[in-house]
Design a protein around this ligand. Sequence first.
Ligand code: C5P
Length: 306
Amino acid sequence: MDSLAAPGADLRAGLDEPAPAKINLALHVVGRRPDGYHALESLVVFAAHGDRLRIAASTEDRLVLSGPFARQIPGGPDNLVMQALDLARTVATDFGSHVPPLRIELEKSLPPASGIGGGSADAAALLRALSRRWPAERRAGLRAASLRLGADVPMCFDGCAARVSGIGEIAEPAACMPALPMLLVNPGVPVSTPAVFGALGRRDNPPLGRLPADGFANAGTLLAALAASRNDLEVPAMALAPAIGEALAQLRERGALFARMSGSGATAFAIFSDDAACRAAAASLAADRPSWWVLPTVVPATGEPA
Ligand code: C5P
């Protein structure tokens, strides 16, 4: 059966889907729900670099891992990508379609458990690729159901700059964002998201506020907004992993216009004035801290300045 839900021809040829790194430019914890999850308000963007999926029809489901961080993630049904495949299949069956057996190659270039999407980005990439030709309402249903896989999965499914709220599932796309030369640095300490939320003291911090109607026309207005915002998880994460503070200090010493931890850490991001300054800081940091993961990248511009 070939149908809209199973992009048969696409899958026979094979689909390539990027799973870009997610960066929380700001993350305010504004409350706690009865189920223990925290209500958040966050400004998220996506980098030009990340993991990659290659998806093709096969005779049986199979996950093949490659890339520098392949050995640090589970290869079987425990991998969130395979749980995403189960979810896509269930939702497709619900509307009379099917997803065939798949061979999924996952090139793992981002450090896992590091606050920049990780397994959520990979799972979201699979769902995005499989549902690209689905009817809009079915696709929206899959996006909503993807929250079951993790709070970050719906925002990674969208993959666009947005102000997110709820526990991460409500997204208001940013009309306009400037290109941001960005350096991502991970000091090699995996940080457990539940442990960071568990170490959080106050849970009713001041909110992030609305996005300006036209988004951010240039880096100056964005940086001013970031200076007035926070990542409420930074202090508890630094208490668990002091190397995060060192990474931030190293980035600031190297001329970053702005540096902060992303998500629940331990990856820190820094915004630079231009690509050359970003690459120079990356080279100097990689030489000084050879065990750290250092990635110069860019957050591509979105929308048109008003
Ligand atoms: O949804 P995900 O599996 O990514 O969340 C991991 C853990 O992080 C949750 O079990 C919860 O302890 C914590 N969390 C939270 N509030 C959020 C997101 C995650 O408390 N909005």
